[in-house]
Design a binder for this molecule. Structure first.
Ligand code: BTN
Length: 325
Protein backbone atom coordinates (compact mmCIF):
# COMPACT_ATOMS: atom_id res chain seq x y z
CA UNK A 1 0.00 0.00 0.00
CA UNK A 2 1.15 3.56 -0.70
CA UNK A 3 2.40 5.60 2.27
CA UNK A 4 -0.16 7.84 3.96
CA UNK A 5 1.29 11.10 2.55
CA UNK A 6 0.91 9.81 -1.03
CA UNK A 7 -2.62 8.61 -0.47
CA UNK A 8 -3.53 11.98 1.01
CA UNK A 9 -1.95 13.77 -1.97
CA UNK A 10 -3.88 11.58 -4.37
CA UNK A 11 -7.12 12.43 -2.56
CA UNK A 12 -6.32 16.15 -2.69
CA UNK A 13 -5.35 16.00 -6.38
CA UNK A 14 -8.45 14.10 -7.43
CA UNK A 15 -11.00 15.87 -5.17
CA UNK A 16 -13.65 17.95 -6.84
CA UNK A 17 -13.67 20.93 -4.51
CA UNK A 18 -13.08 20.70 -0.75
CA UNK A 19 -11.97 17.45 0.87
CA UNK A 20 -13.71 16.93 4.20
CA UNK A 21 -11.22 16.44 7.07
CA UNK A 22 -13.51 13.92 8.80
CA UNK A 23 -14.13 11.88 5.64
CA UNK A 24 -10.49 11.76 4.58
CA UNK A 25 -9.33 10.75 8.08
CA UNK A 26 -11.90 7.91 8.07
CA UNK A 27 -10.95 6.81 4.54
CA UNK A 28 -7.26 6.76 5.36
CA UNK A 29 -7.85 5.17 8.76
CA UNK A 30 -5.99 7.84 10.74
CA UNK A 31 -6.95 10.64 13.14
CA UNK A 32 -7.86 14.14 11.94
CA UNK A 33 -4.73 15.35 13.78
CA UNK A 34 -2.58 13.00 11.69
CA UNK A 35 -4.16 14.36 8.48
CA UNK A 36 -3.51 17.92 9.64
CA UNK A 37 0.13 17.04 10.41
CA UNK A 38 0.61 15.77 6.84
CA UNK A 39 -1.17 18.80 5.38
CA UNK A 40 1.34 21.04 7.16
CA UNK A 41 4.23 18.91 5.89
CA UNK A 42 2.87 19.18 2.33
CA UNK A 43 2.65 22.95 2.70
CA UNK A 44 6.31 23.00 3.70
CA UNK A 45 7.09 21.12 0.43
CA UNK A 46 5.39 23.87 -1.61
CA UNK A 47 1.79 22.61 -1.89
CA UNK A 48 -0.68 25.46 -1.45
CA UNK A 49 -3.60 24.04 0.56
CA UNK A 50 -6.43 26.07 2.00
CA UNK A 51 -7.83 24.70 5.29
CA UNK A 52 -11.28 25.64 6.50
CA UNK A 53 -12.65 24.22 9.79
CA UNK A 54 -16.11 23.69 8.26
CA UNK A 55 -15.36 22.80 4.63
CA UNK A 56 -12.07 20.90 4.90
CA UNK A 57 -9.02 21.09 2.62
CA UNK A 58 -8.70 22.56 -0.85
CA UNK A 59 -5.60 22.09 -3.01
CA UNK A 60 -4.82 25.39 -4.74
CA UNK A 61 -1.37 24.81 -6.21
CA UNK A 62 1.06 21.93 -6.71
CA UNK A 63 4.84 22.43 -6.81
CA UNK A 64 6.80 21.07 -9.78
CA UNK A 65 7.92 17.82 -8.17
CA UNK A 66 8.15 14.22 -9.33
CA UNK A 67 6.89 12.95 -5.98
CA UNK A 68 4.76 9.79 -6.36
CA UNK A 69 1.78 11.54 -4.80
CA UNK A 70 1.79 13.90 -7.78
CA UNK A 71 2.94 11.49 -10.49
CA UNK A 72 0.79 8.43 -9.71
CA UNK A 73 -2.59 10.15 -10.30
CA UNK A 74 -1.36 11.19 -13.78
CA UNK A 75 -0.47 7.61 -14.80
CA UNK A 76 -3.07 5.89 -16.92
CA UNK A 77 -1.35 2.61 -17.80
CA UNK A 78 0.90 -0.02 -16.28
CA UNK A 79 4.20 1.79 -16.92
CA UNK A 80 5.25 3.71 -13.82
CA UNK A 81 4.13 1.07 -11.33
CA UNK A 82 6.00 0.51 -9.10
CA UNK A 83 7.39 4.04 -9.02
CA UNK A 84 10.66 4.68 -7.15
CA UNK A 85 11.26 8.32 -6.35
CA UNK A 86 14.49 9.96 -5.16
CA UNK A 87 15.38 13.55 -4.36
CA UNK A 88 19.03 13.04 -5.26
CA UNK A 89 20.47 9.91 -6.85
CA UNK A 90 23.70 9.12 -8.60
CA UNK A 91 22.02 7.70 -11.72
CA UNK A 92 18.47 6.44 -12.24
CA UNK A 93 19.83 3.92 -14.77
CA UNK A 94 22.19 2.46 -12.18
CA UNK A 95 19.41 2.17 -9.59
CA UNK A 96 17.02 0.68 -12.18
CA UNK A 97 19.64 -1.92 -13.15
CA UNK A 98 20.00 -2.93 -9.48
CA UNK A 99 16.23 -3.26 -9.18
CA UNK A 100 15.94 -5.19 -12.46
CA UNK A 101 18.71 -7.53 -11.34
CA UNK A 102 16.76 -8.14 -8.13
CA UNK A 103 13.66 -9.07 -10.17
CA UNK A 104 11.72 -5.78 -10.52
CA UNK A 105 8.77 -6.11 -12.89
CA UNK A 106 8.44 -4.59 -16.35
CA UNK A 107 7.09 -1.04 -16.10
CA UNK A 108 9.00 -0.16 -12.92
CA UNK A 109 10.21 3.45 -13.06
CA UNK A 110 12.99 5.16 -11.13
CA UNK A 111 12.89 8.96 -11.14
CA UNK A 112 15.07 11.55 -9.45
CA UNK A 113 14.85 15.30 -9.02
CA UNK A 114 18.61 15.49 -9.44
CA UNK A 115 21.41 13.09 -10.47
CA UNK A 116 24.95 13.46 -9.25
CA UNK A 117 26.41 10.86 -11.62
CA UNK A 118 24.00 10.97 -14.57
CA UNK A 119 25.39 9.06 -17.54
CA UNK A 120 24.99 9.75 -21.25
CA UNK A 121 25.86 7.66 -24.30
CA UNK A 122 29.50 6.83 -24.95
CA UNK A 123 30.44 7.13 -21.27
CA UNK A 124 29.74 10.85 -21.13
CA UNK A 125 28.49 12.62 -18.02
CA UNK A 126 24.91 13.81 -18.20
CA UNK A 127 24.26 17.20 -16.60
CA UNK A 128 21.22 16.51 -14.37
CA UNK A 129 20.31 19.39 -12.06
CA UNK A 130 16.92 20.02 -10.45
CA UNK A 131 14.28 20.99 -13.02
CA UNK A 132 14.96 18.24 -15.57
CA UNK A 133 13.12 15.00 -16.15
CA UNK A 134 15.50 12.14 -15.31
CA UNK A 135 13.98 8.70 -15.22
CA UNK A 136 14.61 5.08 -16.12
CA UNK A 137 12.09 2.44 -17.12
CA UNK A 138 12.64 -1.29 -16.64
CA UNK A 139 11.53 -3.41 -19.60
CA UNK A 140 11.62 -7.16 -20.15
CA UNK A 141 11.10 -7.44 -23.91
CA UNK A 142 10.66 -10.89 -25.37
CA UNK A 143 12.87 -10.12 -28.36
CA UNK A 144 16.32 -11.39 -29.24
CA UNK A 145 19.41 -9.29 -28.39
CA UNK A 146 19.82 -8.65 -32.15
CA UNK A 147 16.41 -6.96 -32.27
CA UNK A 148 16.92 -4.71 -29.25
CA UNK A 149 18.88 -2.07 -31.16
CA UNK A 150 15.80 -0.09 -32.19
CA UNK A 151 14.44 0.21 -28.64
CA UNK A 152 16.32 3.46 -28.04
CA UNK A 153 14.88 4.90 -31.27
CA UNK A 154 11.40 3.88 -30.16
CA UNK A 155 11.88 5.50 -26.75
CA UNK A 156 13.14 8.77 -28.24
CA UNK A 157 10.15 8.82 -30.60
CA UNK A 158 7.76 8.33 -27.66
CA UNK A 159 9.46 11.19 -25.80
CA UNK A 160 8.99 13.67 -28.66
CA UNK A 161 5.42 12.45 -29.25
CA UNK A 162 4.68 12.94 -25.53
CA UNK A 163 6.15 16.45 -25.63
CA UNK A 164 4.06 17.21 -28.70
CA UNK A 165 0.87 15.92 -27.07
CA UNK A 166 1.34 17.95 -23.89
CA UNK A 167 2.91 21.15 -25.19
CA UNK A 168 1.95 21.28 -28.87
CA UNK A 169 5.57 21.68 -30.00
CA UNK A 170 7.35 19.24 -32.25
CA UNK A 171 10.95 18.51 -31.29
CA UNK A 172 13.24 16.94 -33.90
CA UNK A 173 15.18 13.73 -33.55
CA UNK A 174 18.81 13.27 -34.47
CA UNK A 175 19.81 9.69 -35.14
CA UNK A 176 19.90 7.58 -33.16
CA UNK A 177 18.08 9.15 -30.22
CA UNK A 178 18.90 12.80 -29.54
CA UNK A 179 15.99 15.13 -28.86
CA UNK A 180 16.56 18.44 -30.60
CA UNK A 181 14.98 21.90 -30.38
CA UNK A 182 16.25 24.77 -32.54
CA UNK A 183 19.25 22.66 -33.52
CA UNK A 184 20.34 22.16 -29.89
CA UNK A 185 20.12 19.09 -27.73
CA UNK A 186 17.20 19.09 -25.29
CA UNK A 187 17.37 15.43 -24.29
CA UNK A 188 18.63 11.95 -24.92
CA UNK A 189 18.03 8.28 -24.28
CA UNK A 190 20.40 5.70 -22.86
CA UNK A 191 19.28 2.08 -23.18
CA UNK A 192 21.31 -0.54 -21.31
CA UNK A 193 20.61 -4.25 -21.46
CA UNK A 194 21.45 -7.47 -19.69
CA UNK A 195 21.34 -10.35 -22.13
CA UNK A 196 22.65 -13.76 -23.13
CA UNK A 197 23.18 -14.91 -26.71
CA UNK A 198 19.52 -15.73 -27.29
CA UNK A 199 17.66 -13.91 -24.54
CA UNK A 200 17.29 -10.40 -23.15
CA UNK A 201 16.96 -10.51 -19.36
CA UNK A 202 16.02 -6.86 -19.07
CA UNK A 203 16.52 -3.47 -20.65
CA UNK A 204 16.72 -0.19 -18.80
CA UNK A 205 15.59 2.79 -20.85
CA UNK A 206 16.95 5.99 -19.32
CA UNK A 207 15.47 9.28 -20.45
CA UNK A 208 17.00 12.68 -19.80
CA UNK A 209 15.00 15.72 -20.83
CA UNK A 210 15.97 19.32 -20.08
CA UNK A 211 12.56 20.62 -19.02
CA UNK A 212 12.62 23.62 -16.67
CA UNK A 213 16.36 24.27 -16.86
CA UNK A 214 17.63 27.64 -18.03
CA UNK A 215 21.35 27.55 -17.22
CA UNK A 216 23.96 25.14 -18.53
CA UNK A 217 27.65 24.84 -17.74
CA UNK A 218 29.88 26.81 -20.12
CA UNK A 219 30.96 23.74 -22.08
CA UNK A 220 27.31 22.86 -22.89
CA UNK A 221 25.90 26.35 -23.40
CA UNK A 222 26.35 26.43 -27.18
CA UNK A 223 24.87 22.94 -27.73
CA UNK A 224 22.14 22.47 -25.11
CA UNK A 225 18.66 23.83 -24.71
CA UNK A 226 15.50 23.06 -22.75
CA UNK A 227 11.73 23.05 -23.12
CA UNK A 228 11.62 26.16 -20.93
CA UNK A 229 14.11 28.07 -23.09
CA UNK A 230 12.17 27.06 -26.21
CA UNK A 231 8.60 27.64 -24.96
CA UNK A 232 9.41 30.39 -22.42
CA UNK A 233 7.11 28.54 -20.02
CA UNK A 234 7.45 26.09 -17.12
CA UNK A 235 6.20 22.58 -17.86
CA UNK A 236 4.65 20.31 -15.22
CA UNK A 237 7.19 17.48 -15.20
CA UNK A 238 4.81 15.04 -13.48
CA UNK A 239 2.23 15.42 -16.25
CA UNK A 240 4.93 15.17 -18.91
CA UNK A 241 6.24 11.96 -17.35
CA UNK A 242 2.69 10.55 -17.35
CA UNK A 243 2.16 11.38 -21.02
CA UNK A 244 5.55 10.00 -22.10
CA UNK A 245 5.00 6.73 -20.21
CA UNK A 246 1.54 6.31 -21.72
CA UNK A 247 2.83 7.00 -25.26
CA UNK A 248 5.72 4.62 -24.79
CA UNK A 249 3.53 1.89 -23.35
CA UNK A 250 1.23 2.10 -26.38
CA UNK A 251 4.09 1.70 -28.84
CA UNK A 252 6.28 -0.70 -26.85
CA UNK A 253 3.98 -3.72 -27.00
CA UNK A 254 3.53 -3.28 -30.75
CA UNK A 255 7.31 -2.98 -31.13
CA UNK A 256 7.70 -6.28 -29.19
CA UNK A 257 5.41 -7.98 -31.72
CA UNK A 258 6.26 -6.21 -34.98
CA UNK A 259 9.63 -4.53 -34.52
CA UNK A 260 10.42 -0.93 -35.48
CA UNK A 261 9.04 -1.01 -39.05
CA UNK A 262 5.56 0.36 -38.09
CA UNK A 263 7.24 3.35 -36.39
CA UNK A 264 9.80 4.15 -39.07
CA UNK A 265 7.66 6.69 -40.93
CA UNK A 266 6.93 8.75 -37.76
CA UNK A 267 10.58 8.50 -36.72
CA UNK A 268 11.92 9.62 -40.09
CA UNK A 269 9.43 12.52 -40.31
CA UNK A 270 11.05 13.98 -37.20
CA UNK A 271 14.63 13.31 -38.21
CA UNK A 272 16.60 16.53 -38.61
CA UNK A 273 19.59 14.90 -40.30
CA UNK A 274 17.81 13.13 -43.16
CA UNK A 275 19.23 14.15 -46.57
CA UNK A 276 21.72 16.42 -44.79
CA UNK A 277 25.50 16.44 -45.04
CA UNK A 278 26.89 15.04 -41.85
CA UNK A 279 29.99 13.76 -40.16
CA UNK A 280 29.54 10.53 -38.20
CA UNK A 281 32.02 9.52 -35.53
CA UNK A 282 31.61 5.80 -34.90
CA UNK A 283 33.98 5.06 -32.02
CA UNK A 284 36.86 6.91 -33.70
CA UNK A 285 36.03 5.89 -37.29
CA UNK A 286 34.93 9.16 -38.88
CA UNK A 287 32.76 9.29 -42.02
CA UNK A 288 31.55 12.30 -43.97
CA UNK A 289 28.54 11.89 -46.21
CA UNK A 290 24.86 12.42 -46.76
CA UNK A 291 22.20 10.68 -44.64
CA UNK A 292 20.17 8.69 -47.16
CA UNK A 293 17.92 6.70 -44.87
CA UNK A 294 17.35 4.86 -41.61
CA UNK A 295 16.55 1.15 -41.93
CA UNK A 296 13.79 -0.66 -40.02
CA UNK A 297 16.64 -2.33 -38.11
CA UNK A 298 17.74 1.12 -36.93
CA UNK A 299 20.93 1.42 -38.97
CA UNK A 300 21.86 4.76 -40.55
CA UNK A 301 22.40 4.63 -44.31
CA UNK A 302 25.15 7.04 -45.26
CA UNK A 303 26.07 7.97 -48.84
CA UNK A 304 29.81 8.59 -49.15
CA UNK A 305 31.43 11.10 -51.55
CA UNK A 306 32.79 8.21 -53.69
CA UNK A 307 29.24 6.99 -54.35
CA UNK A 308 29.45 4.05 -51.97
CA UNK A 309 26.88 3.48 -49.23
CA UNK A 310 27.60 2.37 -45.68
CA UNK A 311 25.26 1.21 -42.92
CA UNK A 312 26.10 2.30 -39.38
CA UNK A 313 24.72 0.81 -36.17
CA UNK A 314 26.04 3.51 -33.87
CA UNK A 315 27.83 6.81 -33.85
CA UNK A 316 27.66 10.49 -33.14
CA UNK A 317 26.14 12.53 -35.96
CA UNK A 318 27.12 16.16 -36.51
CA UNK A 319 25.17 17.98 -39.19
CA UNK A 320 27.55 20.11 -41.26
CA UNK A 321 27.28 23.89 -40.95
CA UNK A 322 24.82 25.27 -43.48
CA UNK A 323 23.24 21.87 -43.96
CA UNK A 324 20.68 22.26 -41.15
CA UNK A 325 20.62 21.57 -37.38
C1 BTN B 1 22.55 10.76 -24.23
O1 BTN B 1 23.78 10.75 -24.08
O2 BTN B 1 22.02 11.42 -25.12
C2 BTN B 1 21.69 9.95 -23.30
C3 BTN B 1 21.41 10.67 -22.01
C4 BTN B 1 20.56 9.86 -21.06
C5 BTN B 1 20.46 10.51 -19.69
C6 BTN B 1 19.46 9.82 -18.82
S1 BTN B 1 18.99 10.79 -17.42
C7 BTN B 1 18.17 9.42 -16.74
C8 BTN B 1 19.02 8.21 -16.98
N1 BTN B 1 20.02 8.05 -15.95
C9 BTN B 1 21.25 8.21 -16.41
O3 BTN B 1 22.29 8.14 -15.72
N2 BTN B 1 21.22 8.45 -17.72
C10 BTN B 1 19.87 8.47 -18.24
Amino acid sequence: MQPLRERLMTRLLTAEGYLSGTEVSQDLGVSREAVWKHIRALRREGFVISASPRKGYLLLDVPDVLHPGVVLPSLTGAFGRPYHYHGVLSSTNDRAKELAHAGAVEGTVVAAEEQTGGRGRRGRLWHSPHGGLWFSLILRPTVSPAEIHTLSLLVSLAVVQGVEELLGIRPDLKWPNDIILDGRKAGGVLVEISAEAEQVHYAVAGVGLNVNITFFPEELEAFATSLKIYTEKETCRARLLGVILKTLENSYFRWCREGFAPFLKDYKERLCCLEKEVVVDDAGRVFGGVVLDVEAGGRLVLGLPDGKTIHLSGGEVTVREGSGP
